[in-house]
Design a protein around this ligand. Sequence first.
Ligand SMILES: *Cc1c(COP(=O)(O)O)cnc(C)c1O
Length: 460
Amino acid sequence: MEHDIHDIEEAAGERAGRRDRAVRAAVEQGLLGPDAAVVGLLDVTGIRRSAAALRAAFEAVTAPGTPVLHAFAVKATPLVPVLRLLHEAGIGAEVASPGELALARAAGVPPARTVLDSPAKTPAELREALALGIAVNADNPQELDRLDDLMRSAPSRSPLGIRVNPQVGGGSIGATSTATRTSKFGIALRDEGAREWVVRAYLERPWLTRLHAHTGSQGIPLPLLARGVAETYALAEEINGRAGRRQVDTLDIGGGLPVNFAAEETAPTYAGFARLLAEEVPGLFDGRYGLVTEFGRSLLAKHGTVVARVEYTKSAGGRRIAVTHAGVQVATRTVYAPGAWPLRIAAYDAEGRPRTGPEAVQDVAGPACFSGDLLAEGRALPVLEQGDYAAALDTGAYYFAHHYAYNSLARPAIHGFVPDGSGGIAFATVREAQTIAEVVAESGGAHASALTTPHAPGSR
Ligand SMILES: *Cc1c(COP(=O)(O)O)cnc(C)c1O
């Protein structure tokens, strides 16, 4: 059985080969060039394989017939065509804002396959979710008060739960660690009196049937993720024991599987993580509990590439610098926190063929006007020439789909690609490039004299 699962995680070389062919085809077909100097590319085949690998990994460890909903964390790649692709591959949606909910609905993800988590849900958002029948995890006691009011006025079929923070500790990246002692998410389970408060909250509300925890994202070691799940399971057992019935029928174990940004290989794998959970928390998989997962980065990261033209090459203080069109606007985390979020860079020539030849230490810089705008600093790479392309790999989640409007740089186009069956590559538009007219419109262009007319604030 292990072999079957591993076969689904494709060989790293296959993915890299598809990516190289896509870059070449993008140049040949004019999707990349002097007038389209930066694009995002999404590998449809790879996304489908990861979705299949996720489903197979949990099918292999759950009792037959166990309901399992894999809800993709929309924040990782908030693109409607991606959500539709995942939906067709059997993956639902985890949303955390009105915008993300609207994206999931636009993609056709049904309410029964949607989960709403967010630390700041308004009464209107909660009312809409309950009217639609979307699952909601309450973050805190005040939100539970709001759910009480809504359930009194109009009972809902939404599965409802509480998010807890098992406080098992953080990982190597503070900003993505959600189970620290003072994290802002959920009910801090180890605080004085908190555990008893949670148990009572369930005993007083028969409609609370789920329990949720998300221990963190990139940088959390697997044993810590597993401990977060184990603590949540133990709490569900305690609630059900005190209730004398299976009140909590579903555990939502969150996402957070880390991505290997250092090499092509997928590691850890879903299969490995599911086996670890089955060893550490066997009771979770014996058929008494339904499961919800919320993986984001691990489903998409490896399948996205941002490719940018080298506009100029130069040197400063003995350092080679390739000035490209990809920087802080498409790789915000990497540029602001390069130590925590290093990216692999691949070099292609002006025809889009992988650059070989001697390596040299160089900076791969972005187009933005601050000196820290670097995709990679002091990196040994084949020497990039003017007109070449530099590709930032593993950027399918939390990168080019998360445009940052520094310097009014336009959002690049995103193209999905698939092998066309006869040796070529077929592209489909996922998102159009933003036009300069749109940049102006989104920057108050329709209100040019708002501050200078006689009625403007502060005028006499
Ligand atoms: C961000 C988030 C996820 C997804 O995390 P990944 O690291 O992208 O898998 C899942 N659940 C919640 C509640 C989140 O905030």
